[in-house]
Design a protein around this ligand. Sequence first.
Ligand code: URA
Length: 188
Amino acid sequence: MASDKQTNLEELHQKILQSNICPELAATATQLVFGEGNPNADIVFIGEAPGKQEDLQGKPFVGASGKFLNEMLEMIGLQRQDIYITNIVKYRPPNNRDPLPEEKRAFLPFLQEQLNIIKPKLIVTLGRHSMDVLLPGLKISQVHGQAKRYHDQVFLPLFHPAAALYNGGLRQTLIDDFASIPAILKKI
Ligand code: URA
């Protein structure tokens, strides 16, 4: 039931806060950005880590890449309330540096729990950081836009909207890959 999933997500949120994960990141961040959206969603999007706006507002993808993500969702007839969004690393790294391997490792069990609660049909990884932890050993330039079944779960690795935002070629590639989501969902 939806309300059970919501309760379980809230419990997981509290558990992360109490688990002292990445204390150095927690010390420089404003707050934990747990995730947001529909706990009954068919699709979960997973980004890298909160940026400045996300850190301030406590919500994922609310800055420039979030705006682009919203536009692409609209293109396929979806709104933010239809999906769930989170990140592999849930505290903002200082100056938006890349998350460290140990930071991704520390958050991975909690991300897996989050996914286990939601049980989406499709997991869309945005950028290489979330792809690396869930689909190890792949190269995003080679596999972007290709649905992959792994451990009985369907994944779709996509480029990160921030990388594509100001790069014309990558931007169109991401838009084209995004457009394949409804057909992929239908097939699952
Ligand atoms: N980029 C990400 O990877 N995640 C966010 O939440 C915002 C920007």
